[in-house]
Design a protein. Sequence first.
Length: 259
Amino acid sequence: MANLQWPEPFVVEPTGPHTHTLILLHGRGSNGERFGLELLKSRTLAGQTLAEHFPGLKFVFPTARKNRAVMFNRSMVNQWFDAYLQDGPRDTIYDGLEKTTEFIHRLIQDEAHIIGTSRIVIGGLSQGCATSLHVLLSWQSNEPLLGYVGMSGYLPLASILDECFTEDGRGLVDAARDFASLPTHEWVDSEGPTFTRTPMLLGHGVHDDRVSILLGREAKALFERAGCDIQWKEYDEGHWYKVPDQLDDIVAWLQRVML
């Protein structure tokens, strides 16, 4: 999967027969291996890691390319797109989302050839959550992804997406695909958006000083309006995932969707 632009994803193979794949995106300034190792060494209240709870689960942690970040005085950092949360030049957001969406869609397709689309869960932390929400919106196929799990994130270009909202959800797909310069989807009469058939788990710390919980609630509300099955969790925590509480919730949710 590595090429001139994208580092090789950090992959942890299942300890048992491969039944499902979880693709998780790191936050700005991190990388797949650092994020993956820290997450996978964390333990639930029962004292188990995610890999121990799910021996058939393959973990894929892609790494964003390094480019100059406006937020960090144009320092070179790993990031999925370059922008402040609420402002900044939109062309840098579009450019990043276009390249990243193509890359993650390709990762999903590669895994789908191995295990099937309906056995793939995607998600991420912070900017990785923001990016994977966009990936979910723009993923339009005959078969939905199994699930989505997001931590401390937000929805990129949420105000524009809100303006494009339609009751059938197609407007969100069309806008997200346009942001990423993907081909316009040709809708058939009875077809609905794939993302509305993907159950979601979103969690956010109420004391998050990097990504306000208000942005997380905004994203949750938009997906709810589109008819998504969303489980929303708030934690007495800052900007990260809360251990063991949030891990316990992720395990319980995965057990439900992976049945």
